[in-house]
Design a protein around this ligand. Structure first.
Ligand SMILES: [Mg+2]
Ligand SMILES: [Zn+2]
Length: 272
């Protein structure tokens, strides 16, 4: 049976060339953007509070959408997505941004359809045109208790990836990670990935932040590729704490510009 290629992407400073939370707020209200510099509450809650205030000040849904559409995305990263998709890889996003920002920005660049799953904080518009953002793990839910200490309170990207991989049939019922996963991501990924229990998996992960470390631990060997953006917190973690780096079993590829990810993938045999 054909192997599965699973390409995982972070969103902020990976798929796009900015941080979507800060970028959108800067476009809406420099005053509210200032507030993000001095967080007084959990990040997702703070962003939600800023969007509420923006709405109360008369900001419209269209203003917010227009601000999202200006988020910069490099053409090389768009090519990366198209290249992997054309080789039959399954593309997923693991992000601490939110569902509406990601959907709108990817649709604007006409690549939303390339992604099988977007795992992030849920968001929705209400009838008054206000955008609401919630934590993926609600404040009153059991904590994710991730052992790495590198994940934020509202999302452990590693545990979310475990659920996805479980739906891909990679984990058996006796695997402790599979047992710990309480739901499958089948509904997120769609029917195409069901009944693949005998298929092998090749993975790649592209990221830049500390919270991209935990999911990268799911890659198992040197056929897998971990694209680590230079000069950001993920590279800092791997450099300053050698034990974190030695726990990574995949190949590590450092990158500054999206064109380097594209070049590296063009040099790989991506055939599944
Ligand atoms: Mg990021
Ligand atoms: Zn984690």
């Amino acid at each position: 049976m054909t192997p599965i290629g699973l390409a995982c992407f972070d969103f902020d400073w990976t798929l796009i060339e900015t941080d979507s939370d800060r970028f959108v707020m800067e476009g809406l209200s420099p005053t509210l953007r200032e507030r993000l510099n001095r967080p007084t509450m959990q990040w997702t809650d703070l962003l939600n509070a800023c969007l509420q205030e923006y709405h109360e000040q008369g900001g419209t849904k269209q203003d917010v959408i227009n601000a999202m559409k200006k988020a910069p995305m490099d053409s090389s990263m768009i090519e990366v997505c198209k290249l992997l998709h054309s080789h039959g890889w399954t593309l997923v996003i693991l992000s601490d941004s939110n569902a509406v920002y990601i959907d709108e920005i990817l649709k604007h660049h006409e690549i939303r359809h390339l992604f099988s799953a977007v795992i992030t904080n849920p968001a929705h518009w209400d009838e008054q045109g206000r955008l609401h953002i919630q934590r993926l793990i609600p404040v009153d839910a059991p904590p994710h208790s991730c052992p790495t200490g590198t994940c934020s309170v509202n999302i452990c990207k590693g545990q979310e990836l475990d659920r996805l991989m479980q739906s891909l049939g990679q984990l058996t019922a006796t695997d402790p990670i599979a047992q710990a996963a309480s739901i499958t991501a089948t509904s997120l990924v769609g029917e195409e990935l069901e009944d693949n229990s005998t298929r092998s998996l090749r993975m790649l992960y592209v990221g830049d932040g500390r919270n991209d470390y935990c999911p990268a631990l799911r890659m198992r060997n040197s056929h897998d590729l971990f694209f680590v953006r230079r000069g950001r917190t993920l590279e800092y973690l791997l450099t300053e704490f050698p034990a974190t780096r030695s726990a990574i079993q995949s190949r590590i590829v450092l990158w500054d510009h999206p064109s380097q990810v594209l070049e590296a993938l063009q040099a790989e045999d991506l055939k599944l």
